[in-house]
Ligand binder design. Structure first.
Ligand SMILES: [Zn+2]
Ligand SMILES: [Zn+2]
Length: 229
């Protein structure tokens, strides 16, 4: 049976020997062309949000994070680690993933996610929850699906609620007003080093809110791991 690229359906050219087949089986799910459009984050990154940085090899914080540190309560989330830059190709992929619930796309990111997750080595993994209403709409939490595929065990101690939309507020106020997180079983998160999992870190606002809820519930530290930054 010839395998196809999970993203563009092009046939995967077999350039592997029988000996290496089992080892590569899990890795080779997309073609070289698609893989080249994904921009893997490596080397120097922002110490806060995990964005790719150029040049110097010192510990640095990007401009966005510096601005945020002044304006926002950023202290709750220790740092974010991301696998890939959120480029045009990534945007197209996420559209497919979100609206079609395409598990093939999650499969592409399972291995790189697991690799970073192992490097982080935390006590407890929690996927960023979606609210009950969202879950009813979509049927499932895609981040949980991704973790299943990556064979990462997780807890679901965090709850997310949405309040009424208030259109007169500014965008930032809306983000804070419309959702909040709480921990049902505070004992479970007590003194734990937690890693939150989400698909994208954009402004980080949602992850920061979630981290705040966990720290206030007694967690020792909260970091996050996302596919894209
Ligand atoms: Zn492809
Ligand atoms: Zn940053």
């Amino acid at each position: 049976m010839k395998s196809k690229c999970l993203l563009c359906r092009a046939e995967l050219v077999s350039e592997i020997s029988w000996g290496s087949l089992f080892m590569l089986e899990k890795e080779r799910v997309i073609c070289v062309r698609c893989a080249s459009k994904l921009s893997r984050i490596e080397g120097v990154v922002c110490g806060k949000c995990g964005r790719q940085m150029e040049g110097s090899d010192k510990a640095i914080v990007c401009e966005d994070c510096q601005k945020w540190a002044v304006k926002e309560r950023q202290g709750y989330l220790q740092k974010n680690i991301a696998c890939y830059a959120y480029n045009e190709f990534a945007k197209d992929l996420m559209t497919l993933y979100k609206y079609r619930g395409d598990y093939a796309i999650a499969a592409v990111f399972a291995t790189p996610l697991k690799r970073k997750w192992m490097e982080m080595d935390k006590d407890m993994t929690i996927p960023l929850p979606i609210s009950l209403e969202r879950r009813k709409e979509r049927g499932f939490n895609q981040t949980e699906g991704l973790l299943h595929l990556a064979d990462i065990s997780f807890e679901t101690e965090l709850r997310r609620e949405h309040t009424e939309k208030q259109s007169k507020k500014t965008r930032k106020e809306r983000i804070e007003q419309e959702q909040f997180f709480f921990v049902e079983n505070k004992i479970a998160v007590q003194s734990k080093e937690i890693v939150l999992i989400d698909d994208i870190y954009t402004t980080g606002a949602t992850l920061h809110l979630a981290a705040e809820a966990l720290i206030k519930a007694g967690a020792k530290s909260v970091s996050s791991l996302t596919i894209f930054r």
